[in-house]
Design a protein around this ligand. Structure first.
Ligand code: IYR
Length: 229
């Protein structure tokens, strides 16, 4: 029988920042994040494991449905494993680009300049693959439901990207499709599904990125829409 108990509550009292400080922090953080770009030209320079650990801990601070934290981060630095990931990803991507993609999709990617080749998967010091836990497993192997798994993992990945950028590291949200090979290569169980693969490193000194623009506030936001009551 379930017994209803009050949840344990603890105080939460972060100091209220003076308005000028909020404005300055908003401006600084906006400027920092505006400099972020998805990078495909990486430097092979090593990145200390402690930085990857810090980014994963930051990602783990994300809110999640019923606080189930339905994510696992698998970090790979072993060159042989990175090579296997590259080979399997390129195999799937080649089939995708050559036969699975619609003409409309191929056209949408033209400004980004991508193709099936993913040399950076072997070159980067780290690959982190984020898995979503479709459900959890209890001590006796019973299925424990998770909630809003995709939303939760998406938010965690956003924080992960921001944490890496804040350290001066570059990454890319890579979603080779289908991604099943990652479960096998990384030895993850059936109740976990690969969500996003992040190659991580410093950008190459001569890195180039597509010339893209971002939506401005007038396109991003609607404040107080005029709607009939
Ligand atoms: N997964 C492929 C294709 C691709 C798809 C989208 I949507 C992109 O924004 C970029 C690439 C690849 O990584 O090349």
């Amino acid at each position: 029988m379930e017994v209803d108990r009050d949840p344990e509550m603890i105080p939460y009292a972060p100091p209220r920042r003076p308005l000028a400080e909020s404005v300055a922090r908003a401006r600084d953080f906006e400027a920092l994040m505006a400099e972020r770009r998805s990078v495909r030209d990486f430097s092979p320079d090593p990145v200390p494991r402690a930085l990857i650990e810090a980014a994963i801990r930051t990602a783990g601070s994300a809110p999640s449905g019923a606080h189930r934290q339905p994510w696992r981060f698998v970090a790979v630095s072993d060159p042989r494993l990175k090579r296997s990931i590259r080979e399997a990803a390129e195999h799937e991507e080649r089939v995708t680009y050559e036969t699975r993609m619609s003409d409309e999709w191929r056209a949408a990617l033209r400004p980004i300049g991508t193709d099936w080749r993913k040399p950076y998967l072997e070159l980067v010091p780290w690959i982190v693959v984020v898995f979503e836990e479709r459900h959890a497993l209890g001590p006796a192997g019973q299925v424990i439901k998770n909630y809003y798994v995709k939303e939760s993992v998406g938010i965690a990945c956003g924080l992960f990207i921001a944490a890496l950028h804040n350290m001066g590291l570059a990454t890319l949200t890579h979603t080779p499709s289908p991604m099943g090979f990652l479960s096998e290569l990384l030895g993850r169980p059936d109740h976990e599904r690969p969500a996003i693969l992040f190659p991580i490193g410093y950008p190459a000194a001569d890195a180039r990125v597509p010339a893209l623009t971002r939506k401005g506030l007038d396109e991003l936001a609607i404040f107080d829409p005029e709607v009939r009551p």
